[in-house]
Structure formats: structure tokens, C-alpha cells
Design a protein around this ligand. Structure first.
Ligand code: C2E
Ligand code: CA
Ligand code: CA
Length: 265
């Protein structure tokens, strides 16, 4: 309890002194390995306790009423990184996680719009991944807010699809252009026919709805092959790359651009 309270008290300082920063995880084209996006994932490296898991400190941010501050920081850093990738010749869509609890108020629209203005990042390259959709209490209001965010030019993605209640209702009523199948279904798909069946139907559903389906939590080559054979287009996971620094993303891009070595099959 004392640790939580001290953590909550240090959020603002950690946001300004570099203890809180972003890692990036590539999203790749399953067929070619080409990098087609990067998800920003927030990190907190405490000088005493070391790495604090995001799931954990995000809860503390919420309790301390600091979710907006954290989200603004992440949005700004991610857009700046997007511009810096562009300066290196990599026109990369960047994804930012947005907690569904922020869809209870219109201020998120102003926040995103301000950050886009301030950084000059192209909104068409910003994807907002909505996490914890089951926590949306008013779908009508959330639909309006997401509509306004979409009107700014951003893409809206539904994170952790399949987990928690009301996922299909949210999918029906909210303007998503991407959905991410949760790793709960991806991880066991090579040895659990039920998981495979669910993944395949979600992939088919994505085609019918004309939205991109991203498989997340791809941990081994076998799963990646099975996804490719099942018609999955975009994937993300440790088998491809762990969340890494800005520089490593550039390296990944340069490596995947190299022509295959002669004689390689
Ligand atoms: P998420 O949005 O589902 O992000 C993916 C999480 O899965 C990341 O954990 C990532 O490191 C992990 N992951 C990626 N590939 C694999 C894999 O192959 N196997 C396994 N086992 N895990 C994999 P991370 O970074 O610990 O983030 C956890 C959650 O914290 C995120 O889940 C997201 O919901 C939340 N989060 C992270 N950054 C932010 C943020 O800036 N804002 C908000 N609101 N939430 C964030
Ligand atoms: Ca996410
Ligand atoms: Ca997820």
C-alpha cells in the first residue's frame, strides 16, 4: 500500500525526468515481414525498484487521476517518434493505447487534436488502440467521441478482441477500422483446435467487415506460419520482435528491406 501511494505521488516527476518512456513493438506484414506499424508501449524504469510493469502502474495512474497526463505524454512522444522515423525515411503508422475510460469525456478529442497540432504528425498515420472496451459505460457517447477522433483523420483499433464482455456489441456500434485478436487465442492456436477455429472465424469476420485484423502475442515460428496459412495479414509478437527502442525499429526496417541473399530459398 505504501509503495502504491509513493508510486502515485511520483507519477508527475517520472513523466518529466525520463523514468517514464516509450518502447515500440513492430507490427509486420505476415507474407513479407515488412514493418507496417509500431505500437508504443509505455515503460517505467524506477531507479530503486527497476522495471515496473505497465499493467500495474497504469492502475496506479488511474487511481491517482493521472490517466490523462500519462496519455498526453504517450501521444506526444509517439507523434514525435513518428516524425523522427519519417526523417529517417520510414513512413510508419504509430499506435497509441487509449484506455476506454477516457471515452467517457470529450476532452480526449481536444487532447489528440492539440497533440497533432503541436507535433505536426500526420493524423492518418496515428492509430488509437482502445483498450478495455468492456469498461465503456455509455456506448452512444463513446461512438460520438470515436467518430470525432476518426474525423481528425486517425484510425481506431479495438484492442484485446475476444476478452471481456460485450466485445461484439462494441464492434457493432463503434467505428473501428482495425481489431487485434488477443493473445489468449493466438498463443494456443497451434495445439488447440478450438482456439484455431476462433482465430479463423475472426479473420473471416475481419474480411466481411472490411477491417484489418492484427494477431497479437505471436510467440513462435509455428504460430506465424499457421497464421499465414489462415490468411492473416498483420501480426505482432515476441517471435517477430519484442518491444524495442526507437533505433532498433529503424534497424528492423533496414534489415527487412535488404534483398534476400543469393541462393537463399
Ligand atoms: P496491449 O496493448 O495488449 O500490449 C501488448 C502487450 O503484450 C505488451 O505488454 C507487450 O509487451 C506484450 N506482448 C507483445 N508480444 C507478446 C508475445 O508474443 N507474448 C507475450 N506474452 N506478450 C507479448 P506490456 O508492454 O507489458 O503492456 C501491457 C498492457 O499495458 C498493454 O497491453 C496495454 O493494455 C497497456 N499499456 C501499455 N502502454 C500503454 C499506454 O501508453 N496507455 C495505456 N492506456 N495502456 C498501455
Ligand atoms: Ca495495444
Ligand atoms: Ca492487446
Amino acid at each position: 500500500l505504501i509503495w502504491n501511494i509513493s508510486l502515485q505521488a511520483r507519477i508527475d516527476a517520472a513523466l518529466s525526468n525520463g523514468e517514464i518512456y516509450l518502447a515500440y513493438q513492430p507490427k509486420i506484414m505476415v507474407q513479407t515481414g515488412e514493418i507496417v506499424g509500431a505500437e508504443s508501449l509505455v515503460r517505467w524504469e524506477d531507479p530503486v525498484k527497476g522495471h515496473i510493469p505497465p499493467d500495474y502502474f497504469i492502475r496506479q495512474c488511474e487511481t491517482a487521476g493521472r490517466m490523462s497526463q500519462l496519455t498526453r505524454f504517450v501521444l506526444e512522444e509517439a507523434c514525435k517518434a513518428g516524425n523522427a522515423f519519417e526523417a529517417e525515411g520510414l513512413h510508419l503508422p504509430i499506435a497509441v493505447n487509449i484506455s476506454a475510460t477516457l471515452l467517457h469525456e470529450r476532452s480526449i478529442v481536444t487532447m489528440v487534436s492539440d497533440v497533432l497540432d503541436k507535433t505536426g504528425f500526420d493524423p492518418r498515420r496515428l492509430t488509437l488502440e482502445i483498450t478495455e472496451t468492456f469498461r465503456i459505460s455509455n456506448l452512444d457517447l463513446a461512438a460520438e467521441i470515436l467518430g470525432e477522433l476518426k474525423a481528425l483523420g486517425t484510425k481506431i483499433s479495438m484492442d484485446d478482441f475476444g476478452v471481456g464482455a460485450a466485445s461484439l456489441e462494441a464492434l457493432l456500434r463503434l467505428p473501428f477500422s482495425e481489431l487485434k485478436i488477443d493473445r489468449m487465442f493466438i498463443a494456443p492456436m497451434t495445439n488447440d483446435p478450438k482456439a484455431l477455429g476462433i482465430v479463423k472465424s475472426v479473420l473471416q469476420m475481419g474480411k466481411d467487415l472490411r477491417i484489418i485484423v492484427v494477431a497479437e502475442g505471436v510467440e513462435d515460428a509455428g504460430t506465424l506460419t499457421l497464421l499465414r496459412d489462415s490468411g492473416c495479414v498483420v501480426a505482432q509478437g515476441f517471435a517477430i520482435s519484442r518491444p524495442v527502442t526507437f533505433d532498433k525499429i529503424l534497424e528492423y526496417h533496414r534489415d527487412s528491406e535488404k534483398p534476400p541473399k543469393e541462393g537463399m530459398v
